[in-house]
Ligand binder design. Sequence first.
Ligand SMILES: *Cc1c(COP(=O)(O)O)cnc(C)c1O
Length: 368
Amino acid sequence: MEFNKVLDNVTIYEAGKPIELVVREYGIDPKDIIKLASNENPYGTSPKVTAKIKEIAQNMFVYPDDSMYELKEALSNKFNVESSNVIIGSGSDQILEFCVHAKCDKDSKILMSKTTFAMYEIYGKQTGSTIIKTVDDEHNLEQFSAEYKKHGADIIFLCLPNNPLGECLDKEDVYEFLKTVDSNTLVVVDGAYQEYASFKDEKKKIDAKDLISTFPNCIYLGTFSKAYALGGMRVGYGIAQEDIIKTLYKLRAPFNITTLTLAAAIEALKDEDFVNTCIAKNFDEMTRYEDYAKSKGFDYIPSYTNFITIKFGNKFSSKEVAQELLQRGIIVRDLTGYGVNAIRITIGSNEQNTKVFKILDEVLEKLK
Ligand SMILES: *Cc1c(COP(=O)(O)O)cnc(C)c1O
């Protein structure tokens, strides 16, 4: 059968491996499996949110509130914007998709960093757009400027901080760059890990309201999947000027967010203490990974997120390391597919990390 030709260029997104797969393929007991491949919050969902979900579960026979009034109110209060500046998606992924489909067709150009969130390219190619990447793996604004001057762009993606590498540009440098961008170029600031970055270093903090008032061609994206520990609920949001939000709404299916999800997200926003405690533990635990990498002579990328990228240089193959870990019940992300000989490990709980170091020692000894 013939399909839309642009899809010939689209590769299928490969998600982090689920626990169920490791149980099936390696016969490991689920309770012995440590999943550190999708940057989920290892401390689980806030008990207050779980209680709310159970309560709401009685009401599944009615459609959700399609206006999403309460969640939009909560988000507009948090970010000090109007409800009309907010759109909710089934994960911030869905907002990314809306942005690309709202702005791009086969004649469009999309500019992004070489090694960044894989979905930018996938959504871009779905529209037949040309993808332009900078040369360095990490975000480099001089290269963004040079490529932008040369080709222009309909959309620019900035992942702040960047997944899968963990680095983060300073807000001031981002603003200097944005000043040079045409008002008809949509700049997507993906803040999936902003809660972590702004906790670690104030200089990295992007304030959504300030961003969209200073640069009306920008949209800020946030998610409940990472720091807010609701990956399984699929909910994220975009914050932008009303004209952008209204256009994105044209692409939205009705009831794109479930009743359970809406209630969970509203409840999660009320429990910021939980989120802040998780973030503080994340950075305490991250120092153990930094020390581990140093002790083995591996480079790592200083991270502003809830994961760390450890490079093996010419010492080991990241693919082999990841595979050996998997067979022992530890799921990490191999970055070979991104052209980088490194693994990305989500920072787990104290107990999980202790086990990771022990098993990593075994694996490295075997592969040496
Ligand atoms: C996780 C992630 C997202 C979106 O996740 P959703 O679960 O779809 O909200 C977006 N961007 C980056 C960089 C991510 O890592």
